[in-house]
Ligand binder design. Sequence first.
Ligand SMILES: [Mg+2]
Length: 485
Amino acid sequence: MKFEVYDARAVQLIRPTDYWAVISIVSGGCAWPEIPVNPWFRGRLNLVFEDVGQDGASAAASGFTTEHAERILDFYTEMRPRIELLVIHCLVGISRSPAVAAALTTLEGEVDVHWFYQKRPNRLVYRTLLEQAERRGLWQRTLRGVDGEALTAADSTAGPAFGAASASSLPPCPRRAATSARIDRFQGGLVGSAIGDAVGELAFGALSAEHLEECIGNGTLHYTDDTAMALAIAEVLERDGDLGAERLGAAFATRYRQEPWRGYGPGAPSIFRTVQDTGCSFEEAARRSYGGQGSFGNGAAMRVAPVGLFYAGSSELEAKARLSALPTHAHPVAADGAAVLAWAIGTVSRLGAGQPLLRDALLDGMAAVAQTALFRNQLAALARHLAAASPPETAILELGWSQRADESVPFALFAFFTHPDDFAACVHCAVLHGGDCDTLGAMAGALSGARLGHGALPRPWRDQLENATMIAQLASRLAALAPEP
Ligand SMILES: [Mg+2]
């Protein structure tokens, strides 16, 4: 289980996408913070006590007691089988909440010293919790510090005594995917996006799914600029472990010069030429484009799958997705397209196989990511059409499907949400209704592949995709390098 500690202000801004619960600690007379509840939320424990007894002194009457410790242990024992994340907050997030986090980290059989480097855990809280846990047989100390306090976890071979979960109507927590499953999702997202891109490119002239399959035939599926730029991002992430706008711009430009025939529109190559001719930065060239407002096209969203997968579950995800737009797309609507799609890809990639999609929660999450009214309005329209089970032909009339980010990203999401468990049906829906077919396919394919995994991609399409092995291997290496959220 993960533990996160916040102060009373920051805890009101969190939006976990793990199954989670919260321990809320306030001082007497203080208001309880408004903690946002979402479908992954499983429970809350409210406690009132003062931050006293820090230096080994006895607690005042209003300080932490064995009764508080018992309530925390009851809550922890009840929640443990069904959550992945326990959020703990107090007023400042320095003393009381880290003490609880440190003690519970010890009960998990893990080393808790990082809490003492980063914070000043309240020693009375920490010691009382561990003493009560020891009395319950939840933990057994093996070493003592110079002041007699417990320092390390119990004999790990014995393990915490949490075998028997109490009966509950709540479902058990779907534990985080194993490494092989994580690789499968990364490969599914990147290869799925490339397949969607290539199939979509062929769909520009297709009249039906059958006609599209005839167009595909037994030949090679060639991807376009969408995938070329996504691969550039993935390679920068692999090389640097991070993203920078200028490094990304240089990687895009190099890819373009190597393979200018990948179907690039006029925008990005024009920026590459401006940088080459004037020596300005990619960001500056992107800002100057389209009359000084920057592009609001879908070029940043179409390539964002590696960002969503790499930063899945990280608080950095949205910022990194927006940063990945900067070298070519300066308009806030384009950045919204990249951020919303990256968040969606990252979030669905972390759902366990066969887990419900929690569509409404995902829609709410995306609406919170979008910063422009235009994009939020489009996401609201998407939600309406999904709720009404509109056919794609009807949804398109309101959403659109052009090269604008605020049109094509919502329609790719529509295709995904209407076919959440069938990659081919999702891609067909995205690419067979006109519009910017290759990019619609790339975005829908990234979402579906990230959710379903590489193994769920249709075998013929996988076999026909050019450079499929190279893309899958790059995805696998990226999965190994990505930070553990
Ligand atoms: Mg393209």
